[in-house]
Design a protein around this ligand. Sequence first.
Ligand code: ATP
Length: 464
Amino acid sequence: MAAPNIETIVSLSKRRGFVFPASDIYGGLGSSWDYGPLGVELANNIKNSWWRWVVYERDDIEGLDSAIIQNRLVWKYSGHEATFSDPLVDCRDCNARLRLDKLDVDPEDSKAMCSNCGSKNLTDPKDFNLMFRTTVGAASSDDDESALAYLRPETAQGIFTNFKNVLDTSRRKLPFGIAQIGKAFRNEVTPGNFIFRTREFEQMEIEYFCRPEDAPRVHQEWLDGFDNWIESLGISASNLKHYEQTKEELAHYSERTVDILYRFFPEREDESKQWDELMGIANRTDYDLRVHSKKPEDAEGKRINPDSTEDLSYFDPQTNERFYPYIIEPSTGVNRTLLAVMMDAYEERTNDKGEVRVILKLKPELAPIKVAVLPLAKNKPEIVEMARKIKKDLQPSMRAVYDDTGGIGKLYARQDEIGTPFCVTVDHESLEDNAVTVRDRDTWSQERITVDSLKSYLADRLNK
Ligand code: ATP
């Protein structure tokens, strides 16, 4: 089972402290969200899982953290200033501002229809650049072109401009990759669906550099690799599928892009509309390293980039060749991954009293809290003291919380709902036998474990 719709996750998130609407006390700001105490833990755990998998568990990837604000020329030569735009239309009937490429088309006359009111009375499309503009420096005024800068719309370009720095300092040889996690900003025309599409979001990107002839194979390997990684987060394969972008849909730099889609909209009757992009894996060819290099020339012998001071080609000492590597780019959104993970982990179960309980079956690796220590009687100081001590002893090796703010049934239900894999209950008997009850979130089964062996017992089960 998974969540029946995104709304279910929106209310769970707000109720329990995963995600809150940003600037809520001032009426909010369209599609801005803040990650609360549990949301920040879940997002960090997803990022750590990705980083461990790509940087630590492989031998061919280096990490990087490049700046959000770069020289404007980066975005000129990457093509973003000229082409990073969406076709914008206005509905003349209801005044909605819409992205033309996301609208349904009337099959009878092939005209796009307003997603708000269904009208076909739309304005001609205008290109709307998605980059957020800002100005840099104290002396600048808002319209000072020389001070114009952008918030990065993708983390990738900071990797390309550092290709030579990383290559030289790490003494890598092809094939190798650079990984980066960071914020990106896009002034989306139609943000929405909770954290699915926002104007500020976080990406986890790998730029993997290889020989041109190896690119198709490497592309496929990353696709298979990411299928496995996403499933390792607990997402069911039946809620995932691939989408091969058509020639018309491909970005200007891409030779092939395959999107991995997740069933974000299971409530939609039309099955084909239930899916949307979780991540994309593109073969960016040698486009990026060429456009940022000082050497390449156009047909008339003019440098295509007269501003760059560096050549980003690669010299292969074995073949004595110099060339621009091809790049395979797996690009994943932290926020969309978090949403998919929460949706897929969501389960409802009826207990023996006939009450419906929510269980978030998060993989232990991702769970914001690994164990909750609960005193059965909070008015008995010895029990409280023992529970607090157990929590303190567990804390350095796993995220543990102590909670005595309700009856035991309520405390279990709360931990189930936020995905805590284990609850440890300290009762009257614990004072006699130095043992506690460990309750499993998924099976609700309970086991008596001695306090001395508790840490290794939990560590074993959490690492399974
Ligand atoms: P879409 O078609 O949904 O606009 P895209 O193809 O433009 O996405 P990419 O440029 O491939 O997206 O970005 C890579 C990943 O970054 C996406 O797969 C997604 O997970 C994430 N992402 C992109 N835009 C947003 C956004 N506005 N909000 C949240 N995540 C985003």
